[in-house]
Each structure stands twice: as structure tokens, then as C-alpha cells.
Design a protein. Sequence first.
Length: 279
Amino acid sequence: MIRACVIGFPIKHSRSPMIHGHWLKQFGIAGEYARVEVRPEELREFLGTLPERGLAGCNITLPHKEPACNYVQHLDDRGRRTGSINTVYVRDGQTFATSTDGEGFVENILWRLPSFSFSGKTALILGAGGTSRALIDEMLRRGADHVLLANRTPEKAEKIAKVFPGQVTALSLAHLDDALSCADLLVNATSAGIADAAKIVVPFARLKQDAVVTDVNYVPLVTPFLQEAAAHGHVVVPGLGMLLHQAVPGFELWFGKRPVVNDALYTLIARDIDPGYAG
């Protein structure tokens, strides 16, 4: 039996076992995908013993995505550029790692908006965490012209901007007006209003009317940030699809089959989050 898991702290909220369980059943694979709670002080030992645990690999979620880079044997170029990983796989007793967050983000937007192109676009990202690095890396790879990165502490955004010289501009969340007026894509990569009581005040009236708005958060399915954007007439893309699409490469690495994200899977996970979801 092929075994994989998702690790984090806490981890009980993760829907990844539902996603991978759905695909395992679909392909008729004798496999297992579980949640494993790993405390920060246990991370090094856990990742260092993946082969001995009989695991084909694991997904990594908060708060481990960045420190985990130090505890795998082989980090790919994407992991080195972004300083963040979410997928580890075992080959010949050694651990390899990458980040699929950026791919999941981009594929979610293209899944919902097939005519959208990142080529030549300017994106504005709110929040400068490890996930933002992955999004920037993939959008630039897909031809985005420039990324504006806004954070409460501009110094953190500036640190990321240095990884992508000339392609990323750091700014403060307090100075969004000018950035909104030139953004083709607005991304909320903060947990403000989701994981805490703080709320980012976005003057949506300054955002280009044809700009697309998305959120990496997916609980609730349509976040307050997306509700406000929609009220201003913007096309919005919920974040749940990013979770589904980022899972595709990992499943293929561990179980040898490449699954497809479809409406049936989306509905399955959406109804677990909101039983009233009607599609």
C-alpha cells in the first residue's frame, strides 16, 4: 500500500485527505492519505525519517512551509527561489521537495476563467508570506509583467522583492490607491478577517473595473474580501480551487496517476465546508 499524508500544526482542519481519498477511490489505488499533527520542534525528525516511516511523501501546511526547506535532502529551483515548500516525495530513500502552491493558484484562475492570460499583466498581492513568494514565482513564469507586493510591514515585502529583481515592487498596505489603479489582478494572500479580527481596508473604487479579484483563503467559500469585490462589480475567483489544483502534482508524484480537478470534486469539498453549497 502506498502511503502519504499532510503535516501541519494544527492539522485537524485540513481537507486534503478528502481530496486525495476521492482520487484514490477514482483510480482504484490501494493507498492511504492521512493527517499527521507535527509540532514545530518535531519537524526536522519527521521529515528526516519519511522513508523509515514507509511514506511516499507528504504535503506541508502552516506553519511548516518555510522551515521545512532546511530539512529535506533535495530542494528544487522553485523551492530555493520561494523559500517555501508544500510537497515532499521520496525517491530511492531520499527526500525531494517542491512547491505546488503557485501552480495551484494559476490553474484555479484559468479553470474558472479560461480566457484569462497572465501575459503582460500587473498583479497586486496583499500579504508577503511564503505563499506569496510561490504565487509571484509562478505568475512571472506565466508571463506576468510586474507584481506589486503590499504588506503591513514593507520591509518583509522588500525582502521578497529582492528575490525577483526588477519584477516585484514592495509597498505598504497603507498606500494602495495608486497600485489598485494599475492592477489587472488583485490577490488577498493575508488571513486578515479570516484568522483574526483585523480587516484590510481596500478602496475597491480605485481598482480597474475589469480587474479580476481572488483570495487564497477558502473558508468561508466566498470570503468577505471577495464579497466586497463582487459588490463593486468585479469578477471574483474563490480560493478553494487553488487547494484542489495544488494537490494534483503531489498525487501524481506519490501514486503515479495524474488526477483532474472537476466540478464533482469541487462540490464534494465545498459541501464539507458549507453544507448549503448548491453549486
